[in-house]
Design a protein around this ligand. Structure first.
Ligand code: URA
Ligand code: SF4
Length: 463
């Protein structure tokens, strides 16, 4: 007998393939579950291609999704059943999966069904709670899935809540989304179903563990934090940073209603009504530091609407979008593309300048997903007022605002796609990105690319 310890699907895949190639029969093996690790969605065996000479193992196409799902099941026998099924499929029973009454097939199908149901349940029942951390706003949820589904179930939340920072804690594994990347970390054992308070404690510790993986000073932590829920938590998951921040944390994590511009947007979407109302917006904290709201300007309605990121230093002072260095560059690009700026409505995803003060200088800071989301009702109202045929997103922030998800400029620029408003959308680079390029030649090339994108926007509209 050979004992094989498997930590997740990838691991099983690799071992199963080797064992199969070494012609190791299922009866010679004892599969053990070493898993607190999760499965991955990567494909395993290639589907059989008739006549293909391949070193890969040919299995029916439907085995792949079945095996992937079954691997997420908690049944410790799943590896055994999977390997036996694989063995049988490759040893004369190629049609095995069609025999529903077969014990192995039926076991796999039952697991598959349970896992799918569990994923649906997670999608339906996860409820986020808003917290404030030192790094900003973060939504957190606790869920106890029946099976090991975190990696399979959470991309759904990344699509749905693409512009929020969130973490879902589960006993097996936790998932964190930072508006760009989904990361998986260790689980958080909880002795009972967490109430709101316990959730917050779990979250605090987990937060610290992600952002500050320094070694834990358990004693200090115990004096600073309520430990009644921590008995089962492995040391490594608890964080010292958290402890040093413990005195601040009550303030920092205070609960607030989710804020946005929605409460300030008037029902009347006429240009003047919007502009006037936006002056008093307090939909997020950015209004506190900036000089004034910088609302969009230009023709209304307009066939072309351009969306930037947020006002810069000059825009904040003058109260108009794209009047500083990035604006000058944009003007030059528009001119070369043959677009008359007077025909365009120009605005920003975020209407207040976000910056840090360094001496006399105000240094631009990228708006966070929550700020972009908070400000989005203004953009929606502008879309309604301007009714553009084409929206040009300048850079990542504009794209995130318009699409409601993180966008890779390099991959998606230049394409013309549809927007829910009925307009078409195109993504291009932000002119400020050019200003930051140190290499003159590259700058020039990028400028030409920007002009080319604007020209194709113009051609699209047959301007
Ligand atoms: N950058 C932007 O995105 N918008 C402006 O208005 C100015 C600079
Ligand atoms: Fe309102 Fe947008 Fe300014 Fe925030 S940035 S206060 S949501 S206008």
């Amino acid at each position: 007998m050979i004992a094989v310890r498997v930590a997740g699907y990838q691991d099983w895949r690799a071992r199963a393939r080797d064992l199969l190639q070494a012609d190791t029969a299922p009866a010679e093996l004892v599969w053990e579950d070493a898993t607190d690790t999760q499965v991955s969605l990567e494909g395993i065996f290639s589907p059989a291609e008739p006549g293909a000479q391949s070193a890969r193992i040919g299995v029916p196409k439907s085995f792949l999704p079945l095996a992937e799902a079954a691997a997420c099941h908690r049944d410790p026998n799943r590896w055994t059943i999977l390997y036996r099924t694989l063995w049988r499929l490759t040893h004369g029973e190629h049609e095995l999966l069609e025999i529903d009454v077969d014990d192995d097939v039926s076991a796999l199908r039952t697991m598959d069904k349970a896992v799918r149901r569990d994923i649906h349940k997670m999608h339906a029942f996860v409820r986020f709670r808003r917290t404030l951390t030192a790094a900003g706003e973060h939504y957190v949820a606790w869920h106890r899935p029946d099976h090991l589904i975190v990696e399979r179930a959470t991309p759904f939340f990344a699509r749905r809540f693409g512009d929020m920072h969130w973490t879902i804690l589960t006993p097996d594994r936790s998932a964190t989304w930072d508006t760009e990347k989904l990361r998986f970390g260790p689980g958080v054992p909880a002795p009972q179903e967490p109430t709101e308070d316990i959730l917050e404690e779990l979250w605090r510790a987990y937060y610290a563990s992600i952002f500050n993986p320094a070694r834990l000073k358990i004693k200090a932590m115990k004096t600073e934090m309520p430990v009644r829920h921590w008995r089962t938590l492995p040391e490594a998951e608890l964080i010292p940073q958290l402890i040093s921040q413990a005195s601040k944390r009550t303030g920092a994590m205070m609960q607030e209603q989710k804020r946005s511009a929605i409460d300030f947007v008037p029902a009347d979407h006429s240009p003047n009504a919007l502009r006037e109302a936006a002056k008093g917006c307090q939909g997020c904290d950015l209004f506190r530091f900036a000089t004034q709201t910088v609302f969009g300007v230009g023709k209304q309605p307009a066939r072309l609407m351009m969306v930037g990121e947020q006002p810069g230093d000059s825009e904040d002072i003058q109260g108009l979008p794209f009047v500083g260095p990035a604006g000058k560059l944009l003007d030059r690009a528009l001119e070369q593309a043959g677009i008359d700026r007077a025909e365009v409505y120009v605005t920003n995803a975020v209407k207040h300048f976000k910056f840090t003060q360094e001496g006399k200088r105000r240094i631009h800071q990228k708006p966070r997903g929550v700020e972009i989301a908070a400000c989005k009702p203004w953009l929606e109202a502008e879309l309604d007022a301007v009714k553009p045929e084409l929206i040009v997103c300048l850079g990542a922030t504009a794209s995130q605002a318009v699409f409601g998800r993180a966008v890779k400029i390099g991959e998606e620029r230049g394409h013309i796609t549809s927007h829910h408003s009925g307009a078409r959308v195109m993504i291009t680079i932000h002119p400020s990105a050019l200003l930051r390029m140190p290499d003159a030649e590259q700058k020039e090339k990028e400028f030409e690319h920007l002009v080319a994108d604007l020209r194709s926007a113009k051609n699209h509209l047959k301007l």
